[in-house]
Design a protein around this ligand. Structure first.
Ligand code: 13P
Length: 287
């Protein structure tokens, strides 16, 4: 069932668990994510970066694939199709293409411009029942060409953006896209607690979910995080399983080169990673 992310995140916030956003890259990724959500009876958010959208032949292709798969695979759990780190024009394109949720990332603008643009996206998206995520304080690292400085968000600015009526708010608290460096300082829970205090019921979003230790994930959820984004970890699991298959020479045995066989270990590895995260985030049986 394709739905906006609003209801599932409001429920997660009230129930003290988090819904995972898993970024998709192709058909295998999408099928693995949808099947795992159904098996875990969990809501799910499928994240699509602008780069991945382009790779998959545009947002319209992605929306058509996801909608058809939901129908064909009999997916009855709530699924949100969400633009990840969208530009202003990217958000408009996804609204037009049939996405049920969009992130407008205006964190690289000054706060006034971020507010103006976020407000406009909210007006257009909400008129069509589409949920909106906004960002304050850029997430560190690089994802699909979107480079963030890793600044920690100003809680007062978070409140200004939350008051615009966004459905979920991403705030930089020392989190980074991709692998965390060995000298990483961890998440800034003091700032997260302050943001939660000022923004009340607003579901907060934790980007850079790959490699954050379990105790930090649990503490973040207890401080109001209701959506956690995972991308790199599924990519690493897929690459590792695929490498093992090829290194074992399995592609050279019988019809092991058939893409349906070659991609199967990676597909299973994505499913296992998503299941593990859903259990950690507490979203199993919350559909
Ligand atoms: P990771 O790639 O670090 O898991 O981050 C994902 C993310 O935040 C997507 O926006």
């Amino acid at each position: 069932m394709l739905v906006s992310a609003k209801e599932m995140l409001d429920k997660a916030k009230a129930g003290h668990y988090a819904v995972g956003q898993f970024n998709i890259n192709n058909l295998e990724w999408t099928k693995a994510a949808l099947q795992t959500a159904q098996e875990c009876n969990s809501p799910i958010i499928l994240g699509v970066s602008e780069g991945a959208g382009k790779y998959m032949c545009g947002f319209k292709t992605v929306a058509a694939m996801v909608k058809a798969m939901i129908e064909t695979l009999n997916i009855t759990v709530p699924v949100a199709l969400h633009l990840d780190h969208g530009s202003y024009d990217g958000a408009l394109a996804c609204i037009d293409a049939g996405f049920s949720s969009v992130m407008f990332d205006g964190s690289h603008y000054g706060i006034d411009e971020n507010i103006e643009k976020t407000k406009e996206i909210i007006r257009i998206a909400h008129a069509q029942g589409i949920s909106v995520e906004a960002e304050v304080g850029a997430i560190g690292g690089e994802e699909d060409g979107v480079i963030g400085s890793g600044e920690v968000a100003d809680p007062a600015e978070c409140k200004m953006i939350a008051d615009l009526g966004v459905d979920m708010l991403a705030a930089g608290i020392g989190n980074i896209h991709g692998k965390y460096p060995a000298n990483w300082n961890g998440l800034n829970f003091d700032v997260l607690a302050k943001i939660q205090e000022l923004t009340g019921k607003m579901p907060l979003v934790l980007h850079g979910g790959t490699g954050i230790p379990e105790d930090m994930i649990k503490e973040a959820i207890s401080l109001g995080v209701s959506k956690i984004n995972v991308n790199t970890e599924c990519q690493l699991a897929f690459a590792d399983a695929t490498r093992k298959y090829i290194e074992a020479g399995k592609d050279l045995q019988g019809k092991g080169y058939d893409p349906r066989k070659l991609l199967a270990p990676g597909f299973d590895a994505i499913k296992a990673t998503i299941k593990e995260k859903m259990e950690l985030f507490g979203s199993v049986d919350k559909a």
